[in-house]
Design a protein around this ligand. Structure first.
Ligand SMILES: Nc1ncnc2c1ncn2[C@@H]1O[C@H](COP(=O)(O)O)[C@@H](OP(=O)(O)O)[C@H]1O
Ligand SMILES: [Mg+2]
Length: 279
């Protein structure tokens, strides 16, 4: 029987349950000396199982779009769709170092709910850091204008465009894994903005974006247009999450860099699928 949790509470519960399962899987496999590929695969599988069974039990009438499940075309006519990334930052999750080592903390579980055109609830769990950000308790964002803008960027494949943007802004790059970790780094005051271009999917950004919005952060595509979810093609290749104090400067600088690179906007298609991508 479904419980009476709100959608916001269910998002947090689902992200936390998957996060606990991921910590257990990683600890077991690291202790057994498993290789990174086995740890990634087992993590993806286990977190998907936890999310799928919880959502099926609690919200049997809703559709689900997940990185780790076959796409269900029924989602395109559904009123409510959960958009989930059971394990974001898969590479970082699998870097455990060796038996007895704690492993990295920059990976996340993403759970978001899309309803009739908008993201309405969500949670981003950082299980190894012991923190979950959710729309049930909107996070409090840092305020004030930074002297030097800090840009969160992929540690394993920083887009060349973001390196050029940092030079344009006189900004510092702060490398870390996972889209959820990078978006919430703005809430932890570790960065002032997360800018990504060149390839991503709806599940990479849906939960980070709905949580960031709940905290009052700016969220958009790199050209300033709205992020739109539950589209037939789940590719959503670029985004900006930023403190409102820096959002204008960041978007202006993006436009200048794009103009210099001889095109109207930064790349909006995936040029080549990264080795780690599962699709
Ligand atoms: N160029 C690209 N194409 C497709 N997905 C990308 C991408 N760059 C980053 N991503 C995805 O965005 C997430 C964060 O990546 P990063 O830490 O490098 O910024 C990862 O999700 P997964 O770990 O769920 O695969 C990664 O696969
Ligand atoms: Mg992801």
């Amino acid at each position: 029987m479904p419980t009476t949790r709100t959608d916001d509470e269910l998002a947090r519960q689902a992200a936390d349950e998957a996060g606990r399962a991921l910590l257990a899987v990683r600890a077991d496999l690291a202790a057994a000396g498993a290789d990174a590929r086995s740890i990634k695969d087992a993590g993806d599988r286990r977190a998907q199982e936890v999310l799928a069974s919880l959502l099926a039990a609690e919200r049997p009438d809703d559709a689900v779009l997940s990185e780790e499940a076959a796409d269900d075309p029924g989602r395109l006519s559904a009123a409510r769709v959960w958009i989930v990334d059971p394990l974001d930052g898969t590479r970082e999750f699998s870097e455990v170092g060796g038996p007895g080592e704690d492993g990295r903390t920059d990976w996340a579980v993403h759970v978001a709910l899309w309803q009739e055109g908008e993201l309405v609830a969500g949670a981003v769990a950082l299980p190894a850091a012991g923190t979950t950000y959710g729309t049930d308790e909107p996070p409090v964002r840092p305020t004030g204008a930074p002297q030097v803008i800090r840009l969160a960027v992929s540690r394993s494949r920083p887009p060349a465009f973001v390196t050029a943007l940092a030079a344009e802004l006189g900004a510092e790059l702060v490398p870390m894994g996972s889209a959820g970790v990078k978006a919430t780094s703005v809430l932890r005051d570790e960065a002032d903005a997360y800018v990504h271009a060149g390839g991503q999917y709806e599940w990479d950004s849906a939960a980070p974006v709905v949580v960031a919005r709940a905290a009052g952060l700016h969220t958009s595509r790199v050209d300033g247009s709205p992020l739109v979810y539950n589209r037939p093609d789940p590719t959503l290749p670029d985004l900006v999450v930023a403190r409102p104090e820096v959002a204008g400067a960041v978007l202006d600088a993006i436009a200048r860099v794009a103009a210099r690179e001889g095109r109207e906007q930064p790349p909006t298609t995936t040029p080549d699928a990264p080795a780690e991508a599962t699709r």
